[in-house]
Design a protein around this ligand. Structure first.
Ligand SMILES: Nc1ncnc2c1ncn2[C@@H]1O[C@H](COP(=O)(O)OP(=O)(O)OP(=O)(O)O)[C@@H](O)[C@H]1O
Length: 226
């Protein structure tokens, strides 16, 4: 999957991407990093075809039906229970297998009959990520999947996302969290000022910035004068 020379200007005239090129890898979890407002979600929207995707710029991405997308917001029917919500999301996504409360992950089983509207923000996110991960698609897009989750849950979600990738699924996600980017099963793409400024493994990122701490590496990269 690759993006080639993609230029995009917002309706207010602000140039968001300038001849942006990016290469995503299949056998690692791709993580888009970069400052707030730089365009990570907008890029996911193009990949997911929420925004029209021109084949001249977006090459090798699966078609719409083969993509599962977890957007940042998680609006849903507040009265539905956790179990009903997951079943509904999976049903809309084309899941036709058997699904019962005992199929819920251990963390969600005690909440099976709890109304979605009574969950915390992090719990809602967990429900959506679980439902979306169970769809049978080629490409999974997660927009800040660990945001709002406690450290244990965030770690679990990142492990599940890696398992998804190890089962042969392609994954692109965004993140502002670094504590779980702890191995080279991740492929980092740093977006800033309209282009990808770094692409590579976490250890390559650390080496490039001359530090052993990803947060420091991120800040150094962000401070680089272009
Ligand atoms: N519907 C919209 N109309 C106008 N501008 C928009 C719209 N959606 C996003 N933008 C603008 O596009 C820019 C990129 O937003 P985007 O959400 O893609 O950034 P991001 O990198 O994902 O940010 P964050 O890390 O804060 O989630 C921002 O400046 C934002 O104001």
């Amino acid at each position: 999957m690759q993006i080639r020379n993609f230029t995009y200007t917002l309706a207010n005239g602000r140039s968001l991407f300038q001849s942006l090129s990016a290469d995503f890898v299949d056998d690692k979890v791709n993580i888009l990093l970069g400052p707030n407002g730089v365009g990570k979600t907008t890029l996911l929207d193009f990949i997911a075809t929420v925004n029209k995707r021109e084949p001249a710029y977006f090459q090798g991405f699966p078609e719409f039906k083969q993509i599962a997308y977890q957007p940042q917001g998680v609006p849903f029917i507040f009265e539905a229970t956790v179990f009903q919500t997951m079943k509904m999301v999976m049903g809309v996504g084309g899941f036709r297998g058997k699904f019962q409360p005992t199929d819920l992950p251990e963390t969600l089983q005690p909440l099976a009959d709890t109304k979605y509207g009574e969950l915390s923000g992090g719990q809602r996110r967990l429900v959506m990520i679980n439902a979306i991960s169970r769809l049978d698609r080629q490409l999974y897009l997660f927009d800040e999947p660990e945001s709002g989750l406690d450290p244990k849950m965030a770690k679990r979600v990142m492990t599940e996302i890696q398992h998804l990738n190890q089962r042969g699924k392609r994954v692109i996600m965004t993140s502002h969290q670094f504590q779980n980017i702890n191995n080279d099963q991740y492929h980092l793409l740093f977006l800033k000022a309209g282009q990808i400024r770094f692409a590579g493994s976490p250890s390559e990122f650390l080496r490039k910035e001359g530090t052993d701490n990803l947060v420091d590496a991120y800040i150094k990269q962000d401070q680089t004068v272009l």
